[in-house]
Design a protein around this ligand. Structure first.
Ligand SMILES: [Fe+2]
Ligand SMILES: [Fe+2]
Length: 287
């Protein structure tokens, strides 16, 4: 874990305490970014750049994922009794919706054909929010490394990369908020209910890992029919020459770099970086 920036008081806070909840909401509001996807001046691309951009296979999946996440998160605000945290979840819902708008604006501007799905209707507020949140913990982690590799390889023009940099920060904020919220939610439960909550979270994480293993096994072979986990499959398109070992190293570095900007008293997502670190140690460098 990176050292905490000096301006933060790193004394630990008890998860779920009023101070922790207040800090969580405050951090989220204070780091919200203002931008309007419909007012973006999209950079002019050469014919070759345009072709490369349009050929990326994940636009449809990205739009579908943001649609599900945006509606899930927005609806999940109703789960929260703390007014500040409820507002923070609503703001996250707005940001996810803005990601969908950003993708809509980009694909419209560059004439990339996309079908917009019907608004997603969450079935169970808490389970859907947990599923989306743990999914983001995986997707955002891989997206950070891929984004850095794409920036350095020149796969995307610099002007386009700069436009998407705030989205990376937003996803980091979302998973940071999420892991703190989950912990606060668990400790607010009566003791006897906590093991069941842990089990539900573990089961959701297992399902998310299984989906990633399916995707990883398909790398180099037939891509998954559903196009799920697009941040993992995107590796083949954006940084084909980088090994999985190299990608993991980059993801870990970027995760630490971007997370270090936020208050050190907030819990950090640990599971996905720990898995990545373990894989980094055991995988051969050539893979
Ligand atoms: Fe998003
Ligand atoms: Fe997000």
């Amino acid at each position: 874990m990176s050292a905490a920036p000096a301006e933060f008081d790193a004394s630990p806070l008890r998860a779920g305490s009023p101070e922790h909840k207040q800090l969580l909401a405050r951090f989220f509001f204070a780091t919200h970014l203002e931008y309007d996807p419909e007012r973006i001046a999209w950079p002019e691309l050469s014919a070759a750049e345009l072709k490369r951009l349009a050929a990326l296979p994940f636009w449809q999946e990205a739009v579908s994922t943001e649609n599900v996440t945006a509606h899930t998160v927005t609806a999940a605000a109703a789960l929260e009794s703390d007014p500040q945290l409820r507002r923070a979840i609503e703001l996250q819902g707005f940001e996810e919706q803005r990601h969908a708008r950003l993708l809509a604006a980009l694909t419209a501007h560059y004439h990339i054909p996309i079908t917009f799905p019907a608004p997603y209707q969450p079935r169970n507020l808490e389970s859907d929010f947990l599923f989306a949140g743990f999914g983001e913990c995986f997707d955002s982690f891989f997206a950070l490394g891929l984004f850095a590799l794409a920036r350095e390889s020149g796969f995307f023009p610099a002007a386009l990369v700069a436009l998407f940099d705030p989205v990376m920060d937003e996803e980091v904020r979302h998973i940071l908020f999420f892991v703190n919220w989950v912990k606060a939610r668990r400790v607010a439960l009566p003791r006897w209910k906590r093991p069941a909550f842990r089990l539900r979270c573990a089961w959701i994480i297992v399902k998310q890992i299984a989906a990633r293993v399916r995707t990883a096994r398909s790398l180099g072979g037939v891509p998954p029919a559903s196009g799920e986990n697009f941040t993992l499959t995107a590796h083949q398109d954006i940084a084909a020459s980088v090994t999985l070992h190299g990608l993991l190293a980059r993801c870990l570095l970027e995760n630490d770099r971007r997370m270090a900007r936020y208050d050190a008293r907030l819990l950090r997502p640990r599971l996905v970086p720990d898995i990545a670190r373990a894989l980094y140690r055991i995988l051969p460098h050539s893979l």
